[in-house]
Design a protein around this ligand. Structure first.
Ligand code: DGL
Length: 283
């Protein structure tokens, strides 16, 4: 089984694409709705909560867990992959993040290539990154992009409160104001130059992509993170077939939450009409 972890609903934007793309693969989703949002928490907290989520998915039988969360990926992925997993006792298991495929798509450079190559050496594009406070203060996106494209300008914009407001299903005018203010701040920092590409670097944000689209200049292309992540997972599974147990019949995805399953299912249906019901999982 393949696990997808997020602080709440956000990872469903990735999960929905994955389950449609790979209907024969058994997927399990875990949303830590009891502790959402992660984006303003201390880094140590995010690492500890993400480790608990990953272990919970390992215990469910997932040997591969994708962090469907930019905050968890930026803050916790490296520590969990490099320091925790090798000594955790979960041999044969792996953790993937969603920043690497996004940076690959934004720079048109494979993750394994960590120095500028022609023609990226001369790329002077402007890339906008919107994310939670913790994703932005981690500086993971600009650092990883600039390693590969040193002349690219990366402008980051924290959107504090937006993931929480989406999670609470705030009215559209509230969400629109939050998105509008973030885009305005970023455009002011850009001196009016329209970004070539925008990374919605929080998996909650595709749920309000229409609002970002309306506020961003028409010139700016929004990078489709869920699809980019699905492409990357397809490539990873082709190279690591040991994580795939072949099935012939489509399998129903399993959805778990640390929160209240009925409330979480009802809220998730607002943006994913056919979302399967959540079951409760205690950490
Ligand atoms: N959806 C998550 C992300 O991609 C986290 C949002 C939050 O919990 O603050 O960053």
């Amino acid at each position: 089984m393949i696990g997808v972890f997020d602080s709440g609903h956000g990872g469903l934007t990735v999960f929905r694409v994955l389950t449609a793309r790979f209907p024969h693969l058994p997927f399990v989703y875990l949303g830590d709705h009891a502790n959402v949002p992660y984006g303003d928490r201390a880094s140590d907290d995010i690492v500890a909560l993400t480790r608990r989520g990953v272990e919970a998915l390992f215990r469910q039988g997932c040997r591969l867990v994708l962090l469907g969360c930019n905050t968890a990926t930026c803050v916790a992925a490296r520590t969990l992959q490099k320091d925790w997993l090798p000594v955790s006792g979960w041999a044969g298991h792996n953790i993937l993040g969603i920043v690497a495929p996004t940076v690959e798509a934004a720079t048109q450079t494979p993750w394994a290539v960590t120095s500028p190559q022609y023609p990226q050496k001369y790329n002077t594009d402007l890339i906008a990154v919107f994310g939670t406070t913790r994703t932005i203060t981690s500086h993971v996106y600009p650092e990883e992009i600039r390693k590969r494209c040193p002349k690219v300008t990366v402008l980051q914009q924290a959107c504090p409160g937006l993931a929480g407001a989406i999670e609470r299903a705030e009215p559209v005018d509230v969400l629109d104001r939050l998105v509008g203010e973030s885009v305005q701040d970023l455009m002011a920092a850009a001196g009016g130059s329209p970004p070539h590409r925008a990374i919605l670097g929080c998996t909650h944000f595709p749920l309000v992509e229409g609002l970002f689209r309306a506020h961003l200049p028409a010139f700016t292309r929004i990078l489709p993170q869920p699809e980019v992540v699905a492409d990357s997972l397809e490539d990873y599974l082709a190279r690591h077939p040991n994580f795939v147990a072949g099935r012939e019949m489509p399998v129903a995805p399993i959805l778990l939450t640390t929160g209240h399953p009925e409330r979480v299912s009802a809220a998730a249906r607002v943006f994913w009409r056919e979302v399967p019901p959540f079951r409760h999982l205690a950490f």
